[in-house]
Design a protein around this ligand. Structure first.
Ligand code: ACO
Length: 426
């Protein structure tokens, strides 16, 4: 059997043949690289719904089954049994670390978490009250001015350093962006603390590194809080060729510095159709206000004349339950017993989920809750302010973006991203 597809131009009856390429998992692709040269036509695919833009070995999603794997390992297995740093190592090095490799990786990240004083000063130039995502994107681009080395993709040590540096510094940049937004002094990282604990510490601590006190004593960071946030980071670590990763790869294709590519990824992630949805979910639950109002909002979401959408529902790839959402749903139940989860918001969310999962509109369009539907309530319980929900996503995703950047640069025959258009103007 020939592994090709024949396309016939019905205007002329002329047939063209294109090769079919098979991957290791998922649908095969038609190689249309020569389509224009052969036919004189462009292909049109608004929103890339059927277009594979690259080859990749990093992350695999089966949207019909609701399956997600990093380097071949199922997300449920990683979320349950591995730390976020092990997952970072896996994405970057294509294998899980040994105990010693993991300990060294952890130490390196702790030491690299500090920011140059010049970069720290930059935060004070932004207006107070600025959204942390805007500051985060700007500060990440600015990081390239402090680490403007020539990045030789053939020098493993050089790009490993570049990747580890951005992963290590992102929690500090995010925490500083938040503290600046509320006019609080910066808390420097503490090398005695792990990656995830350090972030919570930089967010919550008072000057001198003291934690909040009440009559029962100091409110220290609980191990369950660290574990929950660590799992959230793992679930966000990569998600193949989504809008922000595509932005990172497109910038990589022009030869620009990797940190400005990550800055573009952050900007792309901010939108509410993408990572910004987690912030919108909580705002929407608060707007709905009580369980009695849920029906009216579901009706609005279904009304084609109303542009209201149920935030945290639907996904371009998942036409089944988002496996990350399943893990978070389990985490919500666990945390409910040990931390204060907003019971009113939980009730509203459960009601929305219950109605939507049994409603013809949502069933026929395969609209399931996505990761953002569950993450907000958990982040609220971890005392993360709403404006920091999407920056949390950034911290988790930085490893994915930089791994995809490296894969792109190491790839053979990669071209500058340059789509065509169907011109309809004068
Ligand atoms: N609420 C109500 N209806 C919806 C929703 C929703 N959340 N999402 C999709 N639909 C409907 C659309 O109106 C459309 O209906 P129609 O066929 O009658 O016109 C149909 O479902 C298909 O929707 P599209 O927008 O064409 O699907 P697409 O794959 O382009 O969009 C997206 C996916 C952007 C995620 C969309 O579902 C959405 O806007 N969801 C809400 C925002 C959100 O939660 N984003 C986070 C995604 S996960 C992530 O990025 C981390």
């Amino acid at each position: 059997m020939k592994s090709s597809i024949t396309v016939t131009d019905n205007r002329t009856g002329k047939a063209y043949e294109f090769d079919i390429l098979d991957g290791t998992r998922g649908p095969s692709v038609v190689n249309i690289g020569s389509f224009y040269a052969q036919t004189g036509l462009f292909t049109y695919d608004n929103g890339y719904t059927s277009t594979a833009s690259c080859t990749s070995n990093i992350t695999f999603i089966d949207g019909e089954k609701g399956e997600l794997r990093y380097r071949g390992i199922e997300i449920e297995e990683l979320a349950e049994n591995r730390s976020y740093l092990e997952v970072c190592y896996l994405l970057l090095n294509e294998k899980l670390p040994s105990q010693e490799e993991c300990a060294l990786f952890d130490l390196e990240l702790r030491h690299r978490s500090f920011l140059h004083e010049g970069l720290t000063n930059l935060f004070n130039s932004f207006p107070s009250g600025s959204h942390p995502m805007a500051t985060l994107s700007a500060a990440t681009a600015a990081l390239s001015t402090f680490h403007f080395n020539h990045l030789d993709i053939n020098d493993e040590a050089e790009y490993q350093t570049m990747a580890r540096r951005i992963v290590a510094k992102m929690p500090t940049i995010a925490a500083f962006a938040y503290r600046h937004s509320i006019g609080a002094g910066f808390i420097q990282p503490d090398i005695d603390k792990s990656f995830t604990e350090n972030f919570l510490y930089m967010m919550r601590a008072y000057p001198g590194g003291k934690m909040h006190r009440d009559l029962s004593g100091e409110r220290t960071i609980k191990p369950i809080e660290i574990q929950a946030l660590d799992t959230i980071f793992t679930l966000h670590a990569d998600h193949e060729q989504n809008a922000s990763t595509t932005a990172v790869r497109n910038i990589a294709s022009t030869g620009a510095h990797p940190y400005v590519a990550i800055s573009a990824g952050i900007s792309a992630l901010w939108g509410r159709a993408h990572g910004g949805a987690n912030e919108s979910v909580i705002k929407q639950l608060e707007m709905i206000g009580s369980v009695e109002n849920v029906d009216a909002f579901i009706q609005r979401a279904k009304d084609p004349k109303d542009d209201f959408r149920l935030m945290g529902f639907g996904h371009r790839v998942y036409k089944n339950f988002d496996p990350r959402a399943k893990v978070l749903k389990g985490l919500q139940v666990q945390l409910q017993e040990e931390l204060h989860l907003d019971s009113n918001l939980m009730q509203i969310a459960r009601k929305i989920e219950e109605i939507a999962l049994s409603d013809e509109y949502f069933i026929s369009r395969k609209l399931y809750p996505n990761i953002d539907f569950y993450s907000g309530i958990i982040l609220t319980a971890l005392q993360i302010p709403t404006s920091m929900f999407t920056p949390i996503f950034v911290i988790g995703r930085t490893i994915g973006w930089i791994s995809q950047w490296i894969e792109f640069k190491k790839g053979k025959g990669m071209k500058i991203a340059r789509p065509r258009q169907l011109y309809l103007g004068k």
